[in-house]
Design a binder for this molecule. Sequence first.
Ligand code: NAD
Length: 294
Amino acid sequence: MTATIIDGKTIAAELRGKITADVARVTQAHGHVPGIAVVLVGEDPASSVYVRTKAKAVAEAGMRAFDYKLPATTSEADLLALIAKLNADDNVNGILVQLPLPPQIDAHKIIFAIDAAKDVDGFHPINVGRLASGLPALVPCTPLGCLRLVKSVHSTLAGMEAVVVGRSNTVGKPVTQLLLKENATVTVTHSKTRDLPAVCRRADLLIVAIGKPELVRADWIKPGATVIDVGINRVTGDDGKPRIVGDVAFEEAVQVAGAITPVPGGVGPMTIACLLLNTLRAGCVQKGILGPKI
Ligand code: NAD
């Protein structure tokens, strides 16, 4: 038996359709077009692709995109000055500074400078703390997307044995908080975890975010488990051509899992959809408008 494929592309398209409709509601009824500022410093090729994809999705949802492409030599002071300007701009509801930043800029300082109400990446310590305290918060987009994918196959996560592989601030830690909020029993693992395959085999729900191509093998997966693969790894295929693979060996995992996300076409499209949702929500809060029920 092979696993159900969790089709992130289709689920994200549905979500984006709902967001577009709600953006129209906010624009028509309240005369405000939600807007996001996307700031890219330098020419990192992967970051440039992400930024272009985000700008396209923002426009398709009927939102405003304010794009800032700054040279790699930009000083920390100049970037902080731009953040201050965007914080004060009423047309900008969300601010996203694409990471990584060049070495002369302290990313923590920049994240800290963003108005927490406009922090659509959910990386500001105020939002991190609010999420950990169970308060309403802007939550990082990839973990939000993961949760929506899990919920597409499970009506409740209460009591579920979940294992998260990876403890990054962007994925592992926030997804852990979201799972706790859903009453799952969560184990967080990382590069120093002893006998990782054995810990993974306990999981009814396995969420993997490590950036190691196809590290998780079929025999790490409990038969019937739901597997969410966050990894995006560029590798060279047997045919010598570049291809993208996840952190899970999909071809073998699909034989054991109950449900699994593909790479590409799983978590990736959800991240962008959730960025749009965060921007719309942030805009509604800032303008005192009833938020979307999505
Ligand atoms: P990161 O490098 O910040 O963190 C990696 C984590 O994995 C660390 O906590 C580390 O302890 C753990 N780890 C590393 N090697 C390990 C090993 N051998 N065994 C167990 N744990 C190990 O990475 P990140 O930002 O969380 O990203 C992880 C992956 O997810 C990357 O491939 C990244 O490209 C991808 N990603 C995808 C999206 C998306 O939209 N789909 C978004 C963010 C990240």
